[in-house]
Structures are given as structure tokens and as C-alpha cells.
Design a protein around this ligand. Structure first.
Ligand SMILES: NC(=O)C1=CN([C@@H]2O[C@H](COP(=O)(O)OP(=O)(O)OC[C@H]3O[C@@H](n4cnc5c(N)ncnc54)[C@H](OP(=O)(O)O)[C@@H]3O)[C@@H](O)[C@H]2O)C=CC1
Ligand SMILES: O=CC(=O)O
Length: 341
């Protein structure tokens, strides 16, 4: 799979003035001009660049703040969620509501979907009263869920068969980056749709990559999350080992944060892991799903991934202990239980 990528770095909102495409011509002038501008007016100026109606399907941990950021930026947003009550906070903020993905798609120019897994992404896009039934020429569907390559291609086929355009755009970044509009979009599919929704991606994210043909965005996201899942499993082993040999795991977290293996994830999650607290930002069940899908991707090209395979087993054990809806850092609990065997 050849990845031809275009990386469009996001200029921090407070410095944003010109569109990304024309920014390089006079960066210093733009920078100084925008220094004192408010975040709110920056976001609105982004929304002005997309004047159509925006649909949003799936208002979980990620979807709700993403849709809310679009609304804050002045977009005309219509929402749907399987559990209707999750739409209420957004409706109270002024979002429109439709009672099926089909109706959202029929009433919007572009529809985003942020769903749990391949099954739900397919069902919402292609099932009965699914978004595809409401799509047609001139519309666009942007799936930001984390799914596998074949799921994304299947959804692409259904959407394209209606004459509409399709973009896969899974995100890297968790609950807080979603709330702060700091996500990283890994997009692939119709370039013209990518260009049309760029302003919307910039409201929700800090950077966006265009990776070419459908499947490349899904594959990139799975590789990234395969690394992340293995890192968290390894970090968990380190915390437990440090404790067992009489070290203070808080000091370990501090040492790690100052060296070459430092990672925001360790600094953010380490202190609560030491206290056995796992406030959910990225549900453990989704991390295990991503490892499972990444292993499938590796299998499809006969790539050996023994570290990820071992990590996946650990997340499966954690799920069997009822930790599916905890944060994925709760994988450490599976190791604690194992060391008591
Ligand atoms: N949380 C995170 O840090 C990140 C998550 N992701 C990915 O984003 C996606 C969403 O994650 P997140 O928001 O955390 O997950 P949540 O579990 O909070 O939300 C899942 C969403 O999918 C909906 N859903 C689940 N099953 C179905 C179904 N059968 N039919 C219709 N809708 C369904 C849920 O609806 P309902 O409310 O009715 O259950 C909910 O809206 C996942 O693919 C995840 O891997 C990507 C980056 C970061
Ligand atoms: O998919 C999870 C993330 O943090 O990115």
C-alpha cells in the first residue's frame, strides 16, 4: 500500500488568519495580526468557510465534544445518536435533531460519523435507515470512527453508489484533545471532499493528513493505536515491577517523563495508574478492538507483530475482568491479577 501523504500543519487558532493553503506566503504578517484575536472569532471564521449544514452521528466520548466544537464555531449542526438522551445536551445548545442517520444525511450537506467499531459504523452508514439511504450527489460522508480497512472500503462503496463523496478520517487524540479541538485527522478518500471539509476538520483538530486512497487512513490509525496499546501494556509492567522491587512508582513516572522515552500519555495517566484510578478517556474495549484490527492488518501482509499480539492478550484478560468501560490504562489490573496467580 503506497502512502502518498500531504501534511498540513495546523496554525494555532489564536494565530490563524489566512486559510492553510495560502498561509505560507505571509506568515509573519498573519501571525502578528492575529496575536490578540479571540479564540471564538477564530473558530467562527473557520465555520464561515463551510456554509453548509453539518450532520453528526454518534455522540459518545468523542462525538459529543466534536459536534459541540462545530456548534461553538457557528456551524448549523444536526445530530443523531442511538441512545437519544445523549443528543439532549447538544439540542439544548441549539443543535437540530433527526430520528435516523438517513434523515440526518438527507437534511445535511456533509455528515460525520463517530461510532464505536466496524459493526456500528457499517450499520449506521449502510443498514436500514442508514446514512447511505439519505445520501446523493452533492453530499459528503466523513467517517471519523476507528475501523479496519475493509470496513472503510465497504462504507465507501455504499456511499459512492448514491453519487455522494466519501472521506475516512479517523482521529488520533483522546477525550481532552476532542474537547480542546486538538485532534489529528488521518484522512483518505475523495480529495474534493477533503478540501471542502478542511475548515471543519480545523475546528475539531490541530492537524490533518491526507493519505490518498480509502483504507490508508484506517491503516495509519490502526498502526498508531497498535503502538499505543503496546506502550501502555509495557508501562504497566514497569509500574508494577518498580513497586515489587521496592521503588516508588511515582518516581518512576517522573524519571520516564524526563528521558528519551517520555510520552504525554505516560505523564498524563501514570499518576492515576499508581493510585489504581482509571477515569475513562479511551475505553479499554476500544483499545482492544484496535489491537485486534491491527493484528488483522498485520496478518493481511504477513507482518510479524509479537509485541502487539501479547498486548492484545492482556487487554482481553482485562475485558474478562469487567474493565471494558474503564480507561485503557486499567490494563494494569490484568497484570496485577496475573502476578497473584
Ligand atoms: N475515546 C477516545 O479517546 C478515542 C476514541 N476513538 C475511536 O472513536 C470511536 C468512538 O469512540 P468513543 O466516543 O470513545 O466511544 P463511545 O463508546 O463513547 O461511543 C460510541 C458511540 O457509538 C455508538 N454506537 C455503538 N454501537 C452502536 C450501534 N450498534 N448502532 C449505533 N450506534 C452505536 C454509541 O451510541 P450509544 O450512545 O447509543 O451507545 C456512541 O455514540 C471508536 O471507534 C474509538 O475507537 C478514536 C480516538 C480517541
Ligand atoms: O484512539 C485513541 C487515541 O487516543 O488516539
Amino acid at each position: 500500500m503506497a502512502l502518498s501523504s500531504t501534511f498540513c500543519p495546523r496554525i494555532p487558532n489564536k494565530f490563524r488568519y489566512t486559510p492553510i493553503s495560502s498561509f505560507p506566503s505571509k506568515p509573519l504578517l498573519s501571525l502578528s495580526f492575529r496575536t490578540f484575536a479571540s479564540l471564538a472569532s477564530d473558530a467562527s471564521s473557520q465555520a464561515d468557510k463551510f456554509s453548509g449544514r453539518v450532520g453528526f452521528l454518534g455522540l459518545g466520548i468523542m462525538g459529543a465534544p466534536m459536534a459541540q466544537n462545530l456548534m461553538k464555531a457557528g456551524c448549523d449542526v444536526t445530530v443523531w445518536n442511538r441512545t437519544k438522551s445523549k443528543c439532549d445536551p447538544l439540542i439544548n445548545l441549539g443543535a437540530k435533531y433527526q430520528s435516523s442517520p438517513e434523515e440526518v444525511a438527507a437534511n445535511c450537506d456533509v455528515t460525520f460519523a463517530m461510532l464505536a467499531d466496524p459493526e456500528s459504523a457499517i450499520d449506521v452508514a449502510c443498514g436500514k435507515n442508514g446514512a447511505a439511504s439519505g445520501m446523493g450527489p452533492g453530499k459528503g460522508y466523513v467517517d471519523v470512527s476507528t475501523v479496519d480497512v475493509s470496513t472503510s472500503k465497504l462504507i465507501n462503496e455504499h456511499i459512492k453508489a448514491t453519487g455522494a463523496l466519501f472521506l475516512e478520517a479517523p482521529v488520533s487524540g483522546s477525550k481532552k484533545p476532542a474537547e480542546d479541538g486538538q485532534l489529528i485527522f488521518l484522512t483518505a478518500g475523495d480529495k474534493s471532499l477533503y478540501d471542502s471539509v478542511a475548515a471543519l476538520l480545523d475546528i475539531m483538530g490541530k492537524s490533518r493528513f491526507y493519505l490518498g486512497e480509502v483504507g490508508n487512513g484506517a491503516a495509519m490509525k490502526l498502526v498508531v493505536n497498535m503502538i499505543m496499546g503496546s506502550m501502555m501494556a509495557s508501562f504497566s509492567e514497569g509500574i508494577l515491577l518498580s513497586k515489587k522491587v521496592g521503588l516508588d512508582p511515582n518516581v518512576l513516572v517522573e524519571v520516564v517523563s524526563q528521558g528519551a522515552i517520555s510520552a504525554p500519555m505516560y505523564s498524563l495517566k501514570g499518576p492515576s495508574m499508581v493510585k489504581s484510578l482509571y477515569p475513562t478517556a479511551f475505553p479499554l474495549k476500544h483499545q482492544q478492538k484496535d489491537l485486534r484490527l491491527a493484528l488483522g492488518l498485520a496478518e493481511s501482509v504477513s507482518q510479524s507483530t509479537p509485541i502487539a499480539a501479547a498486548a492484545n492478550e492482556l487487554y482481553k484478560v482485562a475485558k474478562s475482568y469487567g474493565l471494558s468501560d474503564e480507561d485503557f490504562s486499567a490494563v494494569i489490573e490484568a497484570l496485577k491479577a496475573k502476578s497473584q496467580d
